[in-house]
Design a protein around this ligand. Structure first.
Ligand code: PEP
Length: 253
């Protein structure tokens, strides 16, 4: 499966935490420790901290991302931030379909697909999150759920665009809970996603990076990242500590 062609990515989703001073300190600490790591790194702060991080991380191995994006390019959408604005501010990546957006802010599969398209149109790399709830896993519906979420984007964007993006498998029951999927559970879903894409585009599927997210920490990252279809991580809570985040990144090879 051409695993050598996939350079791992570890992205730190800071969610809605911290102030500018903390963002500066943490970003500089990550920058200072990022040289020589085998993986690509990205930091994903709240919108208002994006310009600061873009400035602090310029000409460094650490990219900047945003946590969400409007599905609209511009217009009377009070409170929204467009993909073009994120590019202007220095973003390379944007998370779409995070389970918190799906559960708390009404991001349906269709909205996620529209956000994916808006991000691509502006030149951002979407990080498309999929994942099942605990009830869905217990009902044996994990595969159906993640493939439904993926298919919603595939139907609108096509397989080439999806394979040029980044996928993140984030079981909802593992996000911020301290519960982590076992390496085997993660591998099973990652392999399912890749095999589904391979039926449409075998080369693209072999190249697309699929991150795991859900209570990744320095103590469990290595065994999860060692799985053949896991290409790094989307890290929430543990990315708020620069030292631990770098320890996690060091295990993505
Ligand atoms: C996330 O927010 O995407 C996430 C995976 O969070 P945590 O690492 O805290 O579970």
């Amino acid at each position: 499966m051409q695993a050598d062609k996939r350079r791992p990515l570890v992205a730190g989703n800071w969610k809605m935490h911290g102030n500018l001073a903390e963002a500066r300190e943490r970003a500089l600490a990550v920058r200072a420790g990022a040289n020589g790591l085998a993986c690509e790194l990205a930091l994903v702060p709240p919108f208002l901290h994006v310009p600061l991080l873009a400035e602090l991380l310029r000409d460094s191995p650490v990219a900047v991302g945003a946590q969400d994006v409007s599905e609209h390019a511009s217009g009377a959408y009070t409170g929204e931030v467009s993909a073009g604005m994120l590019v202007d501010a220095g973003c390379r990546y944007v998370i779409v379909g995070h389970s918190e957006r799906r559960a708390l802010f009404g991001d349906t599969d269709a909205v996620v697909a529209a956000k994916f398209m808006a991000a691509r149109a502006a030149g951002l790399v979407p990080v498309l999150c999929v994942g099942e709830t605990l009830a869905e896993r217990e009902a044996g519906a994990t595969g159906n759920v993640v493939l439904r979420q993926l298919d919603a984007v595939l139907a609108v964007a096509g397989s080439a665009a999806v394979c040029a993006a980044v996928l993140a498998y984030e079981p909802v029951w593992a996000i911020g809970t301290g519960l982590t999927a076992t390496p085997a559970q993660a591998q099973e879903v990652h392999a399912l996603l890749r095999a589904h894409l391979a039926r449409k585009d075998s080369q693209g599927a072999a190249a697309v990076r699929i991150l795991y997210g859900g209570s990744v920490k320095a103590g469990n990252a290595g065994e999860i990242f060692a799985m053949p279809d896991v290409d790094g991580g989307l890290v929430g809570g543990a990315s708020l500590d620069a030292r631990e985040f770098l320890q996690i990144c060091a295990q993505a090879r």
